[in-house]
Design a protein around this ligand. Structure first.
Ligand SMILES: Nc1ncnc2c1ncn2[C@@H]1O[C@H](COP(=O)(O)OP(=O)(O)OP(=O)(O)O)[C@@H](O)[C@H]1O
Length: 245
């Protein structure tokens, strides 16, 4: 169950990205604003078509996958998603089962419990706070039990406890053999919790590899233009950034 970008590009947004994503692992996609992170995630999700190279899924072109099959295997969380329907939270999370056409309630309940939404199950979706909305939409993705979870900045609206909870959940999903690909700005989060990191810079790949070696001070200075150094133990590192002079 592989997911791969092969020289993938989209005019003006992404150039020549070649990367293999690994099931059972958490891959972080990092890079400055406008570097192409969301574009790459949408290409991997099959929501945008590459105009150069291709996205390969299980040895075939992603573009050949039937949309319903794609919806079953890929769970995509967009950046700052909005909710259109003022229906109970449980109903929004249950939308994750639509590709399966099974109405199964267990994965829906499990996903809500994982995202600490059980007490909010009957609340109307439009009354939720920003972080609660983010958790509801993540639960919808998990309820679909996709093979690949592709999440665009899922931590942005979450408080510390819910961030930790989601990190643990991503690890649980990865342990089930799912591939987890997460766009994130927090480089300490990537270094401490991802298995691999892909760094984009101005639409091109700047680096890909295990986080410790890849997210070096030298790379951070080159790509983000800030001087920074790591402190702390592996797995509990913090990034100290020098004030811009
Ligand atoms: N629909 C579009 N049409 C044209 N250009 C676009 C479109 N969407 C994004 N871009 C451009 O493509 C580049 C990559 O955008 P993308 O959203 O992938 O960046 P990102 O790395 O996710 O950024 P951020 O950290 O700000 O969310 C940017 O220069 C952006 O302005």
């Amino acid at each position: 169950m592989t997911l791969e970008a092969q020289n993938a590009g989209l005019a003006g947004r992404l150039t020549n990205v070649t990367a293999q994503f690994v099931p059972g692992k958490i891959t972080a996609i990092c890079g400055p604003n406008g570097a192409g992170k969301s574009t790459l995630l949408k290409l991997l999700a099959g929501l945008l078509a590459a105009d150069a190279g291709r996205i390969e899924f299980d040895g075939g072109a992603m573009s050949d996958l039937h949309p319903r099959e794609r919806a079953k295997v890929i769970g995509y969380l967009p950046q700052s998603a909005e909710v259109a329907w003022d229906v109970p939270v449980r109903n929004i999370v249950a939308l994750g089962r639509i590709p399966h056409r099974d109405g199964a309630s267990e994965p829906v309940a499990e996903a809500m419990a994982a995202l600490d939404l059980s007490d909010l199950a009957e609340r109307r979706a439009l009354t939720l706070s920003g972080g609660e909305t983010a958790r509801m939409l993540l639960a919808r993705v998990l309820a679909g039990e996709p093979r690949w979870i592709l999440a665009d900045e899922p931590f942005a609206a979450l408080d510390l406890a819910h961030r930790e909870r989601l990190l643990r959940q991503f690890r649980i999903e990865a342990a089930k053999g799912r591939g987890v690909v997460v766009v994130m700005h927090d480089l300490a989060l990537a270094r401490n919790h991802a298995d691999r990191v892909l760094v984009l810079e101005k639409g091109r790949m700047a680096a890909m590899g295990e986080p410790e070696g890849t997210l070096s001070s030298a790379l951070i200075e080159k790509v983000w233009g800030v001087k920074a150094r790591w402190i702390g133990e592996p797995g509990q590192s913090a990034l100290l950034v020098d004030p811009l002079g």
